[in-house]
Ligand binder design. Structure first.
Ligand code: NAD
Length: 260
């Protein structure tokens, strides 16, 4: 898929870009010739990234911490001055439990990373995107941002919140040439998906394989998606080929009909 049109030399920040979907996005931008800066909270994943892609700049930063985000953008401003794309990818799963068992601390933590993190990074990125004459913001949501997700109240609330941010920022920032979209992945094959299915299968008292088949039976295409599928979509939206796309919530999920 040639979705790197016009990305050569573009300056891109990928949050949570050292592992999982974020890493696939980072690799795809690098392959398209973009200059990439990754921030992540996990120093082990960052060390592995440094070995794999030494040209990628990196910072240890928690997107939910205002001071750390400010320091991250101060570094970006001094190196690059301007920014062409922000990928708000960092996110956590939050608690898997019934609403009556959900702890306030877990609720706050999930919203802090998944929603406040998008706000803090976008707030600092906008002046740099404007200085570049426009650009692209991609917010990583989830199928849980368009339908209910039992036992995942905090996660689903945070991802529905992203729909509001995306719609609002697209209107606010469109006149400045900044496009804002969100991607809604479905079941993404990988370590995190397996971990979450194991927790949920235990909550339901069923085998993980049974839960997998139950979930896949609700995907029209009967398949999980890959991190590469998500990265392809992010690149397309940020490229010149996506220049007319803004304010959209784009599902990449094989048509997930229902979450269980
Ligand atoms: P992951 O756990 O594999 O990777 C997330 C990365 O973000 C890690 O490198 C982690 O260290 C980093 N991170 C976590 N908290 C951070 C913080 N506070 N500040 C900075 N970095 C932080 O997860 P993933 O599956 O790759 O998920 C990436 C995004 O995609 C998330 O927003 C997630 O909600 C979304 N998503 C994932 C799936 C899926 O099935 N995996 C489905 C839908 C949506």
């Amino acid at each position: 898929m040639n979705n790197g049109i016009g990305l050569q030399g573009r300056r891109v920040l990928v949050t949570g870009g050292a592992h999982g979907i974020g890493l696939a996005i980072t690799e795809a931008f690098v392959a398209a010739g973009a200059a990439v800066h990754v921030c992540d909270i996990d120093t082990d994943w960052l060390t592995a990234l440094k070995v794999k892609l030494p040209a990628v700049h990196q910072s240890v930063a928690d997107v939910s911490d205002e001071k750390q985000v400010d320091a991250l953008f101060a570094e970006l401003a001094s190196r690059w001055g301007t920014l062409d794309a922000l990928v708000n990818n960092a996110g956590i799963s939050g608690p898997t439990c019934a609403i009556e068992d959900t702890m306030l601390v877990d609720w706050h933590k999930t919203l802090a990373v998944n929603l406040t993190g998008h706000f803090l990074c976008t707030r600092r990125a906008v002046p740099m995107l404007k200085a570049a004459g426009g650009g692209s913001i991609v917010n990583m949501s989830s199928a849980a941002g368009r339908m209910g997700f039992p036992l995942r109240s905090a996660y689903s609330a945070s991802k529905f919140g992203i729909a509001g941010l995306t719609a609002t920022w697209a209107i606010e920032l469109g006149p400045a040439g900044i496009r804002v979209n969100s991607i809604l992945p479905g079941m993404v094959a990988g370590e995190r998906q397996e971990r979450m299915m194991a927790i949920k299968a235990r909550s339901y008292g069923i085998a993980q394989e049974e839960l997998r088949q139950r979930m896949l039976s609700k995907v029209s295409m009967r398949r999980m998606v890959s991190a590469q599928d998500i990265a392809n979509q992010v690149l397309f939206i940020c490229s010149d080929a996506g220049a007319a796309i803004s304010g959209q919530s784009l599902s990449v999920c094989g048509n997930l009909e229902h979450l269980s």
